[in-house]
Design a binder for this molecule. Structure first.
Ligand SMILES: Cc1cc2nc3c(=O)[nH]c(=O)nc-3n(C[C@H](O)[C@H](O)[C@H](O)COP(=O)(O)OP(=O)(O)OC[C@H]3O[C@@H](n4cnc5c(N)ncnc54)[C@H](O)[C@@H]3O)c2cc1C
Ligand code: SF4
Length: 503
């Protein structure tokens, strides 16, 4: 059952086996799994439920309504980085690009070495990856829908000896409408509100939207439920609720889960809550061609190149509607007008870095978390290399010029000019970045002095309080995280079911 809290009375009070906070990649699979096991599950979600077709492809309206703080979440540091996150039923998955990777065994092995993770091996995750991929219908992007933007980059990449591949995605009936990041207008993308959430509801979970968890109820040192507020359409508190439960699962994402813990001043004996923030900083290179490409038509993120993944550099397709791309181009006034006249002749590809830089989330004096992050030298060098490779790919594909995301080195008209990248030191402050994958702020590990949750994602400090979302990853993942978040959530859910059955 999916209920808008506006239909519920003030001072709502219920009891459940499990209460889950957040309906994104962490919360939704957990709700499905626990409900399917016969447990009484209530999931609360701060955001609203939306009928995407009512947005009529108005991307600005989507951003205002479905993105947290209308898409203005930013990191403070050098450079300052826009880091959009979702705030709706489905969490950030409703606005994501649909790319679906499993984490690598190598990265998992590094976590084991550094953090222990007793009781968890990569093989334990495999059945959960399989369940996730089935539930959200993962399949490779089809050639007929990837569009010329991806094909063009792939052709250039092949000429340079690279190995472009179609991306695995959770949109089997994708029509290539081109705006995944503004919620799929066709319902083709199997984000949480199109997959695990309805499945959880069918299994009996109660899902309540416009409902913000604020306080953890602790009894005898153990988590025993949550209290919080029902929200009106303007996000103002409208009424209060209490849900008592045997287990509480925080799935508010890597910014809001640590924020909840910090605000409540709990589960932080390690002093690691909010620390170790990784974000997969990303940038993009735009090629301008003589011929028409119409890059907006087709899947924005349809192909990838992972030849440099070992070095922490991934290339994945990207494109934006004109009103958004114009913000991201290195020009103003008449220059921007002239550049945008070539919109139909532009192509774009993204560069995502496995970051060794790390930042932190703090609970400031305001009602929102504050996010601090600065790019280190090693990651800056990864961008320099990735930008050069992407630019060379575009020249190999026939671009007449390439626009770089480097302040002061904005436009390159011939591949020979790229040597300037070797002659010049690029400072982090010159890079134009964005980020879409916050993680790491409640990291897992065996040692309660250096980690927040154990390998079953239960907090070291408070029994029956579980964190299941991107915040538990101890390092930068290296691939888009949603499938791995979902698999870890199912892994933690399995343990919760076993424990409740034994009790
Ligand atoms: C534009 C964009 C494109 C992306 N593309 C991809 C991609 O192609 N592939 C991929 O793997 N990943 C992608 N991602 C990232 C991916 O979607 C996220 O990593 C993932 O959704 C994070 O899952 P989560 O459960 O940690 O948090 P979220 O999915 O953000 O869910 C957290 C939920 O908790 C709710 N919440 C927070 N606080 C409270 C509270 N106090 N009470 C109640 N509810 C609360 C929030 O409203 C939100 O709905 C993309 C992200 C963005 C922004
Ligand atoms: S490309 Fe369009 S149809 Fe395909 S998933 Fe994205 S938004 Fe939906």
């Amino acid at each position: 059952m999916i209920i808008d809290s506006n239909t519920l009375n003030d001072n709502f009070h219920e009891t459940a086996d499990a209460v889950i906070v957040g309906s994104g990649a962490g919360g939704a699979p957990m709700a499905y799994q626990l409900a399917a096991a016969g447990l009484k599950v209530i999931l609360v979600e701060d955001g609203k439920i939306f009928d995407i077709s009512s947005f009529k492809r108005n991307s600005w309206k989507v951003m205002r309504d479905i993105y947290r703080d209308a898409g203005t979440v930013l990191t403070i540091g050098t450079p300052s980085i826009p880091m959009p996150i979702g705030n709706a039923l489905g969490g950030t998955t409703i606005i994501n690009s649909g790319t679906c990777f499993r984490m690598s065994e190598k990265v998992f092995g590094d976590w084991k070495k550094q953090f222990g993770l007793t009781g968890l091996d990569y093989t334990d995750l495999i059945p959960h990856f399989e369940t996730v991929e089935k539930m959200i219908s993962v399949t490779d992007a089809k050639p007929e829908t990837v569009g010329s933007n991806n094909i063009l980059f792939a052709e250039g990449a092949k000429k340079l000896g690279l190995h472009p591949k179609p991306l695995p995605r959770n949109a089997p009936d994708c029509k290539g409408a081109g705006i995944c990041a503004f919620a799929c207008p066709n319902g083709a993308k199997k984000s949480m509100e199109q997959s695990f959430i309805p499945a959880a509801s069918e299994k009996g979970a109660k899902i309540i939207t416009s409902t913000r968890a604020e306080k953890l109820i602790i009894k005898n040192g153990q988590a025993a439920g949550i209290t919080g507020s029902f929200l009106d359409d303007n996000k103002k508190r409208r009424g209060k609720f209490q849900i008592d439960a045997k287990v509480v699962i925080l799935s508010c994402g890597a910014i809001y889960s640590p924020y909840f813990l910090l605000k409540n001043k709990i589960a932080n004996s390690s002093k690691q809550v909010g620390k170790n923030l990784h974000i997969h900083p990303a940038s993009k290179v735009v090629g301008v061609f003589n011929e028409t490409i119409n890059a907006w038509s087709g899947i924005p993120q349809g192909y990838y190149v992972d030849d440099y993944a070992e070095e922490g550099i991934m290339f994945e397709g990207f494109f934006l509607p004109p009103s958004f791309l114009s913000f991201a181009l290195p020009a103003y006034g008449m220059d921007l007008k002239n550049l945008m006249a070539d919109y139909s002749k532009m192509a774009g590809f993204g560069i995502m870095v496995t970051d060794s830089s790390h930042g932190k989330v703090i609970a400031g004096l305001d009602k929102s978390p504050m996010i601090f992050y600065s790019l280190n030298k090693a990651d800056t060098l990864k961008f320099k290399k990735g930008i050069e490779i992407a630019a060379r790919v575009y020249f190999a594909a026939g671009a007449k010029k390439v626009l770089l995301p480097i302040n002061g080195l904005d436009e390159i008209n011939h591949p020979d000019e790229l040597k300037i990248l070797h002659e010049t030191e690029i400072k982090p402050s010159q890079l134009e970045l964005s980020a879409f994958h916050p993680m790491g702020t409640c990291r897992m590990g065996d040692n309660p002095k250096t980690s927040v949750v154990n390998s079953f994602l239960e907090t070291h400090d408070i029994k029956n309080l579980v964190v299941a979302d991107a915040s538990v990853f101890p390092s930068s993942l290296g691939v888009n995280p949603q499938v791995t978040i979902m698999a870890f959530s199912l892994w933690a859910g399995e343990n919760i079911i076993n424990k409740l059955r034994e009790a």
